[in-house]
Design a protein around this ligand. Structure first.
Ligand code: NAP
Length: 303
């Protein structure tokens, strides 16, 4: 079974792997309630209980698709943790008043987004609310006021951020009075900035597990033709034979091996890949293999 931990000492317990809902509207097998339910069930069978949403996923449709499955089977709600995000506005049919792609993480916008997410998800609470991206035009004080407000109202259990740099994280922590419970960042063999720019060190220091999005580089690691992906794939294939694992499993284990212990957010639409990803938690990558993969991905030796 998948290990569990709290994202931070005062945050809800989650599974070490999370299922990301971003792509459920693009599933070649469709996005019927039965299909969404099949993916929820496939996750639960493996002990994956955390579902990572954002209001904007599927151009504001994915929360609703998931909410229909919850409405059909209300007992599911107590078996899962819902993470969702707010603060990105994109012009589309579901946002008729929005003319320009922009961010809004003001207190008023946060409250509006949470109310909408609760309606779409057909639930009375969000376990973890994240500010999706830093909004350059809103003060940290205003964002913090909104985040504290939705906790105070009982609509949200804990709050965190996504795609924040260490300065933005620290600034918001000052106004929240505590660290955000996570920073959800892009992290994979193809995107390693967080390892060296202080993001992951800050999480360790704050006793916070980061969440790692696109841990397979959105699939590019397995199919992309960029040189880093090609080099890394060749090494992953060789190591996979040695570990009796798949390349995907090793790539997920590479992210999970980091000392800040990221919660790894997978995004496959395929039921067998959900099952296979879950088995990655049993892999303990040898130190030399971890660094060998780093060097293959970077195309250079470590400094
Ligand atoms: P990912 O696991 O890196 O990529 C998933 C994609 O890779 C899917 O399209 C999947 O296709 C493909 N894939 C997996 N195994 C493959 C294989 N062996 N060969 C070819 N393709 C393969 O994760 P992601 O979907 O990019 O992101 C995961 C989650 O992170 C999202 O759902 C979302 O919750 C979160 N996210 C957050 C942010 C943010 O700003 N906070 C941004 C992006 C994503 P199949 O479906 O066919 O398996």
């Amino acid at each position: 079974m998948i290990p569990r931990f709290k994202l931070s000492p005062d945050a809800p317990e989650v599974s070490a792997l999370a299922y990301g809902v971003w792509r459920i509207a693009d599933d070649p097998a469709g996005s019927s309630t039965a299909r969404v339910r099949a993916k929820i069930d496939a996750c639960l069978a493996q002990g994956i209980t955390t579902f990572d949403h954002a209001d904007i996923y599927g151009l504001y449709t994915c929360e609703g698709l998931f909410g229909r499955a919850l409405a059909d089977a209300p007992s599911l709600r107590d078996q899962i943790e819902i993470v969702t995000k707010c603060g990105i506005n994109v012009p589309c049919d579901h946002r008729p008043g929005v003319r320009v792609h922009h961010y809004d993480a003001s207190a008023a916008a946060i409250e509006r987004c949470v109310d909408r997410s609760l309606r779409e998800l057909r639930t009375d609470r969000i376990d973890v609310l994240l500010v999706h991206r830093p909004d350059w035009l809103t003060s940290a004080e205003d964002t913090a006021r909104g985040l504290l407000g939705v906790i105070e109202s009982g609509k949200v259990r804990s709050v965190g951020v996504s795609n924040y740099n260490p300065h933005q994280f620290a600034l918001l922590a000052r106004y929240l009075g505590h660290a955000p419970v996570t920073n959800q960042i892009e992290l994979s063999l193809l995107r390693m900035d967080a390892i060296t720019d202080g993001t992951l060190d800050q999480c360790q220091g704050a006793d916070v597990h980061p969440m790692a999005w696109s841990p397979l580089g959105g699939g590019r690691l397995l199919t992309g033709d960029e040189p880093g992906a090609v080099r890394t794939r060749a090494l992953l294939a060789r190591l996979a034979a040695e570990y009796g694992a798949t390349a995907e499993q090793l790539a997920l284990a590479w992210v999970a091996a980091l000392p800040s212990k990221p919660q790894v957010v997978i995004g496959t639409n395929q039921l067998d890949r959900i099952r296979d990803a879950a088995a990655s938690v049993r892999i303990k990558l040898q130190r030399e293999h971890w660094y060998e993969l780093w060097a293959a991905a970077q195309g250079k030796p470590i400094p």
